[in-house]
Design a protein around this ligand. Sequence first.
Ligand code: HEM
Length: 161
Amino acid sequence: MELNDFALARAIHVLAVLLWIGGVAFVTTTLLPACRALAEPDQRIALFETLEHRFAWQARITTVAAGASGFWMAHRLDLWWRFAAGAEWWWMHTMVGLWGVFTLMLFVLEPFVLRRWFAEQAQRDPERVFARIERMHRVLLALSLATVAGAVAGSHGGWGF
Ligand code: HEM
């Protein structure tokens, strides 16, 4: 019995996506509403950051693993032509686009810009900042789920080819 490198890359890709997007779903549907219910507006962001801290590392590691395994699969099968081909390959674009957005958020914006900005804004209007954090998570979760559904269907021939 032998596991080829493409199958291994696919397994790593799916595991990474599972941990990463599953975590985003947990944060969005469970952790944020719990912080809203448990803390007063001026304490919510601090509580959320304390609890979410560990997931930020899980998200960083799994984002790198998903990107590396995805890149390897595209390279191995030479799938780059899909980015210039028809609309049935939309999910290839959303995978890379979403990966780019998360990479920017997790490695650049969150540690260097957003954390300070949220802290400043939260002193003025904590209710509004928390609502914005919730909205941002909902949008990213919706895009992530659409991408996962599109990619699974697309990888297995579901978009008309
Ligand atoms: C740089 C970023 C990424 C690249 C280069 C990439 C590349 C790929 C490639 C080449 C495949 C295999 C396609 C095929 O077999 O025809 C794939 C599958 C898949 N990707 Fe990505 N991907 C990336 C990011 C993502 C993200 C962010 C998600 C989720 C939100 C995702 C979810 C999936 C899923 C669910 C599959 C289908 C697995 C299966 O059912 O076999 N990928 N990806």
